[in-house]
Design a protein around this ligand. Sequence first.
Ligand code: AMP
Length: 207
Amino acid sequence: MNIILLGPPGAGKGTQAQRLVERRGMKQLSTGDMLRAAVRAGTPVGLKAKAVMDAGELVFDEIVSALIGDELDAMPASQGAIFDGYPRTAAQAQALDAILESRGRKLDRVIELDVGEDALVERITGRFTCATCGKGYHDKFERRGGQEFKRRPDDNEQTVRTRMAEYRAKTAPILPIYEARGIVARVDGMAEMDAVTSEIEQVLSAT
Ligand code: AMP
């Protein structure tokens, strides 16, 4: 099964994708994670992407679509993919169709995580991860000492506002493409994390 998790920044796409990886053995394909790895490694893609990401704007469609194609090529054909943070524009949605088709895959479901924008800024600006294992935490719920933690440089209020504006202007408009195919399921992303997971599980079990 190949699915897209769609929703604004902070909707919980990464968290839910990680859970699906654990439960279903699918692979999470997060273009944000791939780009951050490229920035850390100082690759040509990373060098191009860094300033754009720091500003909260979108990296070129060709760059992210190429990353997705490479990752799919490195996966066993039998393993399902969770697209997390991709596609983000109509051009990427089109590219994904071609990428999947040429690899004998099809898109089974688009899960839209529905969240109120007001809650998102608080969610995002408070989040941090363990520097070693990448597990996510939030200031409001956890206090940690002793271990090393890190925050994303683009998780500050000003950049978050730009990222949301980008979502509204360029990403939300791709939903109708998938709605027309009858593959969109809307899940309440404001519910408690475990409840969101079981709602997603229900959708996938019925797919
Ligand atoms: P994310 O981790 O998904 O929030 O992505 C972090 C940043 O990486 C975004 O704000 C964009 O600058 C860039 N990015 C990630 N995925 C994409 C994509 N599919 N298209 C364009 N830019 C992306």
